[in-house]
Design a binder for this molecule. Structure first.
Ligand SMILES: Nc1nc2c(ncn2[C@@H]2O[C@H](COP(=O)(O)OP(=O)(O)O)[C@@H](O)[C@H]2O)c(=O)[nH]1
Ligand SMILES: [Mg+2]
Length: 265
């Protein structure tokens, strides 16, 4: 891709290209999508086709495009995505980056390629049920700036997580909420919908895994809707969440906290 996502400050800027023969190439007869679904992928070749079918199923009447951002997955997910862009059930663009460079920056790269006025971000591994996408979009249509698929409001949950992962998630969530003064119950959710212009602003750090917390910290006045959902454990592949991400998360919180103090002065 020629246009790089904004907000790459202080991080490796991976080389980007877009995949061949995407159905959403400018000049094709497909009308502008209303919704872009950004799906970052790293080694998700077994999950991706099922996710795209699920989105095609629930996306009827929504004018959806899918943006895959693949970081040269060794398992060939990028090639699978290119094939689906040629003949899959939905208009699809594939952004290829030259190596694994983190989930948050992948979302920003996807946003730079998105054409929809509204953007949903979700995992490829079916942990985030596609059936929830219409409710997230509806919340935006009703006036929210950001709608969050939330594990931590009544009706939400985290499935079969071991106690250690539950504990880490709860502590990280609480740290972010208290440290940054956020009202949102699940600011670390990876499943959310925003108006596109929120994601294409300049200046995002895009560090590590948790972009939503940065979006919320930068937009304290945003109207946020939380929609309950139950996290579904992945059935294929492995989580890429490593302990190193905890440090990236703490670094992100420290940056955001400093920015908040400056703003409040
Ligand atoms: N492009 C890209 N995608 C990533 C990266 N790290 C994780 N992902 C994708 O981001 C999503 C969330 O990662 P996942 O391993 O499921 O994390 P978990 O749900 O917290 O266990 C999945 O679709 C991954 O394939 C990365 O560095 N680059
Ligand atoms: Mg996941």
């Amino acid at each position: 891709m020629s246009n790089r996502a904004p907000g790459y400050q202080g991080m490796r800027a991976p080389r980007e290209t877009t995949g061949p023969a995407s159905k959403s190439d400018p000049g094709s007869r497909i009308p502008d999508p209303a919704l872009s679904v950004i799906v970052p992928t790293y080694n998700e070749r077994d999950s991706l086709p099922r996710l795209v079918s699920g989105l095609a199923e629930v996306g009827r009447g929504l004018a959806v495009e899918v943006i895959i951002v693949d970081d040269a997955s060794p398992d060939g997910t990028g090639l699978v995505a290119d094939e689906m862009a040629k003949s899959g059930p939905l208009p699809m663009t594939v952004v290829h980056r030259s190596g694994k460079a983190g989930l948050a920056s992948a979302v920003l790269a996807g946003a730079a390629a998105a054409r929809g006025r509204v953007v949903t971000v979700m995992d490829a591994d079916l942990s985030h049920p596609p059936e929830l996408v219409p409710s997230l979009v509806e919340a935006i249509r009703r006036g929210a700036d950001i709608s969050v698929a939330s594990r931590y409001v009544p009706g939400g949950g985290v499935g079969q997580w071991p106690w250690s992962r539950r504990l880490v998630s709860r502590i990280a969530t609480l740290t972010a909420r208290i440290g940054l003064g956020l009202q949102v119950r699940d600011p670390l959710s990876g499943f959310f919908t925003v108006r596109r212009e929120i994601l294409t602003e300049r200046g995002y750090l895009g560090l590590g895994y948790k972009l939503l917390v940065e979006i919320l910290a930068r937009h304290p006045q945003a109207r946020v809707a939380e929609i309950p959902y139950r996290f579904v454990d992945r059935q294929a592949g492995h989580s890429k969440l490593k302990t190193g991400e905890i440090w990236a998360f703490l670094k992100l919180l420290a940056h955001l906290k400093v920015a908040r103090i400056h703003r409040l002065r």
